[in-house]
Design a protein around this ligand. Structure first.
Ligand SMILES: Nc1ncnc2c1ncn2[C@@H]1O[C@H](COP(=O)(O)OP(=O)(O)O)[C@@H](O)[C@H]1O
Ligand SMILES: [Mg+2]
Length: 254
């Protein structure tokens, strides 16, 4: 089976610093892949290089068999790689539902004029998007808040809205940078449950950066461990847990 996303020997340099150094892996649909590593290991840079915010200084990135390294973020997003950022990006004055629908317009932008002019196909796309948005809001217990301005929600709820907004576009690959940071432990578990469910039921490949090691161990299929820009391990939670180098570099005990 051809992987959804393939990185081959990807490196990123900032002046003298190697933020990523020869990273190679392949990700598949329906998989939850966690990226862990100490601060400054290159986790966010990995997401930035996949989504086009940073250019690789070496190596290749293929999405559905097509090279995407060197493309602009917007073009990569249109191809189906969506991401959230460490610090939000919602419109605080707009309602929850309006925020989610704003995300949808990235997806149906090619037919956006169609929406303005009301072609049947464009109306249909908008109807489907609205139905999906409502279903996702319900799934995250946000249905009752659909008409509230985002600024009235708690931090955790806002984070969920951001993820719903990204998911409403039905992306084949989703990159989540610390999706549970700032959430209470029950909300964290709930968020991980939803992430697993979306991967399992919708076949979305989800990559997430996460610090809470127990969540990563319980909730991911594959773990990638970065340390000083190098991928020092890749494997199932069980494999990574047994890896001596990982224990030394990351968990701080051997
Ligand atoms: N745009 C940038 N310019 C220069 N250095 C950067 C830039 N982005 C990240 N870095 C550096 O690259 C290294 C990896 O950073 P980052 O990917 O943010 O790590 P992590 O997300 O794992 O904490 C760090 O040393 C960081 O300071
Ligand atoms: Mg980071």
């Amino acid at each position: 089976m051809e992987p959804l996303l393939r990185l081959e020997d990807v490196s990123v340099r900032f002046a003298g610093l190697k933020a990523l150094d020869g990273v190679t892996f392949a990700a598949h649909g329906g998989e939850v892949r966690a990226v862990i590593g100490p601060n400054g290991a290159g986790k966010t840079t990995l997401f930035n290089v996949i989504s086009g915010y940073v250019r690789p200084s070496g190596g290749a990135i293929h999405f559905r068999g097509e090279p995407i390294h060197g493309l602009a973020p917007h073009d990569i997003s249109v191809k189906g790689i969506r991401r959230t950022f460490q610090n939000g990006g919602l419109f605080p004055e707009l309602t929850v539902l309006e925020n989610v629908l704003a995300g949808l317009h990235v997806k149906i932008e090619s037919s956006f004029l169609g929406i303005v002019f009301g072609t049947p196909a464009a109306r249909e796309a908008e109807r489907e998007g609205l139905a999906r948005a409502r279903r996702l809001l319900d799934l995250m217990d946000l249905g009752a808040l659909a008409d509230q301005p985002v600024k009235d929600l708690s931090g955790g709820q806002q984070r969920m809205v951001e993820i719903v907004r990204t998911l409403a576009t039905d992306p084949p690959l989703l990159l989540l940078d610390e999706p549970v940071v700032g959430l209470s432990p029950p909300m964290r578990d709930r968020m991980m449950g939803i992430i697993r469910r979306l991967a399992g039921e919708e076949g979305i490949a989800i990559m997430l950066i996460e610090h809470v090691i127990d969540l990563v161990m319980a909730g991911s299929d594959v773990i990638v461990v970065l340390s000083s820009g190098e991928m020092i391990a890749e494997g199932t939670p069980q494999e990574v847990r047994r890896n001596r180098e990982v224990l030394e570099a990351y968990l701080g005990h051997a």
